[in-house]
Design a protein around this ligand. Structure first.
Ligand code: DQA
Length: 154
């Protein structure tokens, strides 16, 4: 069982970037926690951080061919601007969960709209590192439920 985790632009700077908003947690700490949890659940995680919209679109476009069963994405600033990432998610056939460290709905007006949310399975926003961990937990449960459904059908 493989899940793709995508961190969008500027998230490589977590820990030093606007700590009053994003806290002190680093991307390394988030990734370590995700990998630990994934290992416990016998899931393989591939984790990528990219500052480039096209690269993120490419990864999502190849997700099904690369056998990912779910995508966990923090699209960061692209959440509010990227029709290209939204279209990639809508068309890729791999269920996608959107996560944010901060509560985007309690911040500046321009952050309150997510172009991604309508094509995501769901969105978890405002729980810092736990947003990612809850997103992973949900992704795993969703994949297990899907497997069971198929097994029943034979
Ligand atoms: C973010 C929220 C976005 O508005 C912002 O551009 C980010 C991080 C979050 O995780 O809270 O870069 O996605």
């Amino acid at each position: 069982m493989k899940i793709l985790v995508i961190h969008g632009p500027n998230l490589q700077l977590l820990g030093q970037r606007e700590p009053q908003v994003y806290g002190k947690v680093t991307i390394k700490e988030i990734n370590t926690s995700l990998k630990k949890e994934a290992k416990k659940r016998c899931v393989k995680l591939d984790i990528i951080q990219s500052n480039h919209e096209g690269e993120i679109v490419d990864l999502i476009g190849k997700a099904s061919a690369n056998k990912y069963k779910a995508i966990l994405i923090n699209p960061a600033a692209y959440t509010h601007t990227s029709v290209a990432i939204r279209d990639a998610i809508a068309g890729c056939g791999v269920p996608t969960i959107e996560v944010h460290l901060s509560n985007i709905f309690s911040r500046e007006e321009f952050r309150r709209t997510s172009l991604i949310a309508p094509v995501a399975v769901g969105i978890i926003s405002g729980f810092s590192k736990l947003s990612y961990l809850m997103g992973l937990e949900f992704a795993i449960e969703m994949i297990i439920a899907e497997h069971k459904k198929h097994a029943k059908r034979g």
